[in-house]
Design a protein around this ligand. Structure first.
Ligand code: ACO
Length: 328
């Protein structure tokens, strides 16, 4: 019989430093009104010098462990979704393992941009379903503002830093909570719509000490259209795979890239916007961490209740789309 795997704990960590739209007005040629009407974002968090991605990740992981009432030494697997790791190696997952004291856990990172959390969730679930591991920590952590060009008003207003995590385990006997369906998709032909080019990786004889740091480059309007279609399609497929109808869904937790993208997805799915969880106004787009933090907040503030069917759905640079239907 297939094992039922459930989300048994959630956690989040947000840096304290807040950067408001009014702060950005002093940095680039923009206005609070433009940012709010075009994106829904009012403020975002910025990681401090001592808050590297692994630090954000470890703090959210500890919160999820506490929520699940699980000790770090009982964790078998740590997967961290990130596109802004502390360094190329060691992986953020290994740094987290050391930080929280999860001595027996296997640990690795997943790179799937804003879809990373759900890619990691489905990957971890497979390890548990297959019986190799029992307790997994799935974390999404981003210091994405370190990749932002603070002179480019078309991108710098969009992003923020943060981390979210969940614990997944085999569901208790008699519990109906479980991850019901998974959908992972990639469309590499759209890769150029958003990229961080590693131009500094030149042959040794062409390297200089003044090379520019890699920064986000984005074709916003094109990405907008593809994002709406991919997220709506991903949600529909995941709901169908779960044997449910969209009308059975109590709450949709989408990637938080733009409030207008979220509205367009809701319209395509013919879902009232009240059923869509939104926290983009507080944090901006935290890449992989957005949906992990949103899920944590939706559980903690009571939006998601025991027994609810919930759709998690994301899109990200790649282009990668992912969705899960979860019963809580
Ligand atoms: N403040 C004021 N004006 C601005 C700003 C700004 N911050 N940024 C751009 N503008 C101007 C433009 O220069 C343009 O001016 P013009 O008409 O004189 O040429 C005008 O505003 C309109 O620009 P558009 O790019 O057409 O604005 P749009 O309505 O498309 O909104 C946005 C831009 C918010 C980027 C939108 O396209 C979007 O959200 N796209 C999706 C982006 C996204 O989801 N990225 C994350 C990917 S997920 C991941 O993997 C990390």
């Amino acid at each position: 019989m297939t094992k039922n795997i459930a989300i048994t704990g959630v956690g989040a960590y947000l840096p304290e430093k807040v950067l408001t739209n009014h702060d950005l007005e002093k940095m680039v040629d923009t206005t609070d009104e433009w940012i709010v009407t075009r994106t829904g974002i009012r403020e975002r968090r910025i990681a401090g010098e001592d808050e590297k991605t692994s630090v954000l990740a470890a703090r959210s992981a500890q919160a999820a462990l506490d929520d699940a009432d699980l000790k770090a030494e009982d964790v078998d697997l740590i997967i961290v979704a990130t596109i802004s790791p502390d360094s190329n190696f060691p992986s953020v997952a290994c740094l987290v393992q050391k930080e929280i004291g999860a001595a027996k856990a296997a640990a690795f990172d997943v790179s799937a941009a804003c879809s990373g959390f759900l890619y990691a969730l489905t990957t971890a679930k497979q390890f548990l379903t297959g019986g190799l591991y029992k307790n997994a920590l799935v974390i999404a952590a981003e210091n994405i503002t370190s990749l932002v060009d603070w002179n480019d008003r078309s991108t710098c207003v969009l992003f923020g830093d943060g981390a979210g995590a969940c614990v997944i385990q085999e569901a208790d006997n008699g519990s109906e909570a479980k991850i019901l369906s998974d959908y992972l998709h990639a469309e590499g032909q759209y890769g150029e719509l958003m990229e961080v080019k590693m131009d500094w990786r030149k042959p040794l004889d062409q390297q200089t000490s003044e090379m520019a740091l890699p920064m986000i480059n984005m074709q916003g309007q094109e990405l907008f259209k593809v994002a709406v279609n991919s997220m709506a399609e991903g949600a529909e497929i995941a709901v169908k795979k779960a044997g449910l109808k969209l009308s059975d869904i109590k709450c949709v937790v989408p990637h938080q890239a733009n409030d207008r993208i979220i509205s367009a997805v809701a319209k395509k799915l013919k879902m009232p916007k009240e059923k869509i969880f939104i926290n983009i106004h507080k944090y901006g787009n935290m890449s992989a961490a957005s949906i992990a933090v949103a899920l944590c907040e939706a559980v903690k503030d009571g939006t998601i209740q025991k027994g609810d069917y919930v759709v998690l759905v994301t899109f990200g640079a790649g282009l990668v789309t992912a969705a899960n239907v979860v019963k809580f």
